[in-house]
Design a protein around this ligand. Structure first.
Ligand SMILES: Cc1cc2nc3c(=O)[nH]c(=O)nc-3n(C[C@H](O)[C@H](O)[C@H](O)COP(=O)(O)O)c2cc1C
Length: 346
């Protein structure tokens, strides 16, 4: 089979994923979190239908990092992988997209949402949302360069949700295979409100599938998001770090079964697995504990007495201390919803 035929087939397979009659559940791209070991761990707990890589940060002489490529080449999930790129150099973006398509990717995804000032000040990620002619140009170039499925992940504007109307007109001009809408503006960062009405507007307006993203962290919030938006899929980020069972819980609810909550002891088991999965052999214990704190910042938000837990975790240095704190909070059999307290789904 030649490469063009193969990429046409992949595009067709990607389209079919969204025609299965059940919402597609995706693991969100999260830099320095959703690497190969994390994907494998998610897959072991039920897992997503579709996995997005951390972003490949494209500059003129960029060569894709081996560490991110590993997720695609040695994909441990058994499910399709989407390669995400971020940048604004038209030639380099097209070159890297085509290079990534030589690997087993289900789609190439463009990041139009990163709110980090170091990225958006260079007019990449969320920064591009201040320059719609440039977005239009970049979409045109990438749609021309990508032979398989081409997808976009966007926020709803830079400053104001009202910017979304014009942005949708730009998206509608290109034959995207999927648009993921994170229902916040760039300046709202990770604020409590998710504008579900804007995601619903994208679903109503666009001729291709739309996936909803933002604060989905349980079967109940998944059902609410699907009802209010009509989206063809859900993308889950921080909720999956806190609760790797969230994908199975949502699937169960969609099929009319109970969405069972894990017990404290099961969450403790997950933290132990996470420690083993994401920590590199040979690295000093203190550095491994430091790395775990990054995950605990998210996981801790879903625990009872969240502030006490996080206060203690941020001050510990050794593996022993780390697991003693986790055991103090989780050595029990009560069901754990694992949801962050501050959520407003508007
Ligand atoms: C630590 C972290 C890293 C992230 N890295 C990326 C990234 O590389 N690419 C991207 O498109 N979004 C990235 N995001 C945004 C998430 O993909 C997602 O849009 C956001 O967290 C909202 O979804 P959630 O409420 O389910 O977490 C990141 C978010 C977090 C918290």
């Amino acid at each position: 089979m030649d490469q063009v035929e193969d990429l046409n087939g992949r595009r067709e397979a990607f389209a079919q994923l969204f025609q299965s009659g059940r919402p597609v559940l995706s693991l969100a791209p999260m830099q320095d979190i959703t690497d190969w070991p994390f994907w494998r761990l998610m897959a072991r707990h039920g897992g997503a239908d579709l996995y997005f890589t951390e972003f490949f940060r494209v500059t003129p002489d960029y060569v894709p990092e081996k560490s991110i490529l590993r997720s695609i080449v040695e994909n441990p999930t058994g499910r399709p992988a989407v390669a995400q790129i971020i940048g604004n150099d038209l030639v380099a973006m097209a070159r890297v997209a085509q290079a990534l398509e030589k690997h087993p990717v289900a789609a190439i995804d463009l990041n139009l949402g990163c709110p980090a000032p170091v990225v958006y000040r260079k007019c990449a990620g969320g920064g591009l949302l201040r320059d719609l002619p440039r977005v239009d140009e970049l979409l045109g170039v990438l749609r021309g360069a990508v032979r398989g499925a081409f997808t976009v992940k966007t926020r709803i504007g830079f400053e104001s949700p009202a910017e979304f109307d014009a942005l949708l007109e730009v998206f509608a001009r290109h034959r995207l295979d999927l648009l993921t809408v994170h229902g916040r503006t760039v300046t709202e960062k990770y604020g409590p409100r998710v504008h579900l009405d804007r995601i619903a507007q994208a679903v109503r307006t666009l001729p291709f599938p739309v996936q909803a993203n933002g604060n989905v962290s349980s079967a109940a919030s998944a059902m609410e998001t699907l009802e209010k938006t009509g989206a063809a899929g859900l993308m889950i980020g921080r909720g999956a770090i806190r609760n790797p069972w969230v994908f199975s819980q949502i699937r169960n609810r969609l099929e009319g079964r109970e969405a069972r909550l894990p017990t404290g002891r099961e969450v403790l088991g997950y933290i132990a697995e996470l420690y083993e999965a994401v920590c590199t052999p040979g690295v000093a214990e203190k550095a491994q504990v430091q790395k775990m704190k990054k995950y605990m910042n998210f996981l801790g938000e879903g625990l009872e007495e969240s502030e006490h837990f996080l206060h203690a975790i941020r001050r510990c240095d050794s593996r022993g201390e780390f697991f003693a704190i986790c055991s103090r909070h989780l050595e029990h059999d009560r069901p754990m919803p694992l949801e962050a307290a501050t959520v407003n789904r508007g």
